[in-house]
Design a protein around this ligand. Structure first.
Ligand SMILES: NC(=O)C1=CN([C@@H]2O[C@H](COP(=O)(O)OP(=O)(O)OC[C@H]3O[C@@H](n4cnc5c(N)ncnc54)[C@H](O)[C@@H]3O)[C@@H](O)[C@H]2O)[C@@H](O)CC1
Ligand SMILES: [K+]
Length: 489
């Protein structure tokens, strides 16, 4: 398990470590790592220019008043010593880190209020973990007119809310973020995660000084491998778990087919379908065992109820029957709307429940839409309803009733396609039926679904939910075999 730590936790760790080191050591470690990362990026960027990397490149630094600007200026000094033409612009009048600014000018860089109109690399050293959301006007103006081939944020993209990932005002959109010690929540949550680009971690020696629990946990392929129930020689189709899918209707048979496709891709050995789209499901998947209602289905180890079931009496019965049983349940789509209307159905339920809302469904359950602090909102709903909540978005979060929050590192906007949630819910149900607890199953399902989306949309292909379902076995295979394990790839 990986994680992201709040700015306060980072400051506590730094305060503990700093007195043990000569003054300025942490900033020099940060600057050295930042300069090395920039040098690698410049080398790749300028590979078409006879292998020239740093030498002869143009670098512009937007320098804020604090230590974030200090990191940027010291790193830029290192690049200047390797032959980069460096222009540093103070964005808060002339307030800049004085020693770092002196180091830059000594190395041949220039402090200026008139930078060139374009550069190879723009270094955002405006604000770091001491920043409030929003940018100084001068920074907005400069960002609007400087054309840069690559933008690198120092520690965090300036302007974002570091601890929630919300972006309530202007902020930098980076291609890369080079961060120090640990990842911060803004790298993996909300709109800020998109503005962070690719995140590179520079070790500055903080790890032994951090709180053991991150603010946000980040799933890795290794977690899924550890959690996975690999069938043994004594397993049969029942012991591997039976997933039950109560989805679809005469009006929306596709939801049934897609949810079943997600479940079949998962680790269980058996998928039961209950509902009025049985013919369509049978036609597509000979291996699914179909009944008309939840009550008629045999034993299952986890149920999904909701996708495409509508809001009529039979839909309500399906939700009631699932929640009256002892099996863990995934509540999705129309079932979430019904729970919003009849909250008492959920209140009486004793089995573990995972809710998988998008923003409008969240509002029906919570009474207001998720705030910009999406992780906080998901955690609040989970606590109120004593459930696990998987809040969908371009960076899906999973929250448990005890306040634990996970950010999903895979996934991409292309997954916002009709039926994609049905596939996710089916897979999640299979994972729960195989014995994984609700939080882990939700985290694993979001991870694999995002990875399958990446596989299906390789080469910028547009994708359908069927493509995502078809890519799931490959995504699962890659994760379990430890191969091609890049999150988001
Ligand atoms: N503390 C440490 O030991 C280390 C800190 N490091 C760097 O230091 C950074 C934190 O530095 P600071 O604490 O100096 O804080 P920042 O550099 O993030 O900036 C704080 C300054 O910006 C002003 N400010 C905040 N929000 C603003 C806004 N929206 N508009 C205009 N002005 C605003 C504040 O009044 C303050 O003067 C980290 O992100 C990291 O880059 C690294 O050098 C590693 C070691
Ligand atoms: K920054």
């Amino acid at each position: 398990m990986n994680g992201a730590w709040s700015s306060a936790a980072v400051r506590r760790a730094e305060a503990e470590l700093m007195p043990q080191l000569p003054p300025g050591t942490l900033m020099q470690r940060a600057a050295a790592g930042l300069a090395a990362a920039c040098a690698r990026m410049l080398k790749t960027l300028r590979s078409d220019q006879g292998g020239q990397g740093v030498y002869g490149s143009t670098v512009i630094v937007l320098a804020g008043p604090g230590d974030n600007g200090g990191d940027a200026l010291y790193a830029a000094a290192r690049l200047a010593r390797r032959g980069a033409r460096v222009f540093a612009v103070p964005v808060m009048r002339s307030r800049v880190h004085p020693l770092a600014a002196a180091a830059l000018t000594q190395a041949g860089g220039r402090l200026t209020s008139e930078p060139p109109p374009s550069c190879d690399l723009l270094l955002d050293g405006i604000l770091g973990i001491g920043g409030r959301p929003g940018l100084p006007d001068r920074a907005v103006e400069l960002l609007g007119r400087i054309k840069s081939r690559i933008t690198v944020a120092v520690d965090v993209p300036s302007g974002v809310d570091v601890d929630t990932g919300s972006v309530p005002a202007s902020a930098v959109a980076a291609d890369h973020t080079v961060t120090f010690g640990v990842r911060k929540p803004c790298h993996v949550l909300g709109a800020a995660a998109l503005l962070s680009g690719r995140v590179h971690l520079v070790d500055i020696g903080l790890s032994g000084h951090l709180d053991p629990h991150p603010m946000v946990r980040i799933a890795e392929a290794g977690d899924l491998v550890e959690w996975w129930h690999t069938p043994g020689p004594d397993d049969d189709k029942y012991t591997r778990g039976v997933a039950g899918i109560a989805a679809g209707s005469a009006k929306y048979p596709g939801a049934a087919v897609l949810a079943v496709s997600g479940a079949l891709a998962g680790p269980t050995g058996y998928v039961r379908y209950a509902g009025s789209a049985a013919d369509q499901v049978r036609r597509r998947y000979a291996e699914a065992v179909c009944t008309d209602t939840v009550k008629e289905a045999g034993r299952v180890q986890a149920w999904l109820v909701g996708p495409g079931i509508g809001a009529d009496e039979s839909a309500l019965s399906a939700v009631r029957d699932v929640l009256a049983g002892a099996a863990p349940a995934v509540i999705d789509a129309d079932a979430l709307t019904l729970i919003g209307e009849y909250p008492s159905i959920l209140a009486g339920c004793e089995a573990p429940v995972v809710l998988t809302p998008h923003d409008r469904e969240f509002e029906r359950l919570y009474g207001s839409a998720p705030s910009l602090d999406r992780a906080g909102s998901a955690a609040a709903l989970a606590k109120r309803l004593n459930c696990t909540v998987l809040l969908k978005g371009h960076h899906t979060v999973v929250a448990d009733a005890d306040g634990t929050v996970w950010a999903n590192p895979t996934g991409r906007p292309a997954l916002a396609t009709a039926g994609s949630g049905d596939v996710l819910a089916g897979l999640l149900t299979s994972l729960m039926a195989s014995g994984m607890d609700g939080v882990r199953a939700a985290v694993a399902a979001a991870y694999l679904h995002g990875k399958a989306g990446g596989i299906a949309s390789a080469g910028h292909r547009t994708i359908t939910s069927t493509d995502v379902a078809r890519a799931l076995p490959l995504a699962i295979g890659q994760v379990l075999s430890g191969g091609a394990g890049q999150a988001g790839s």
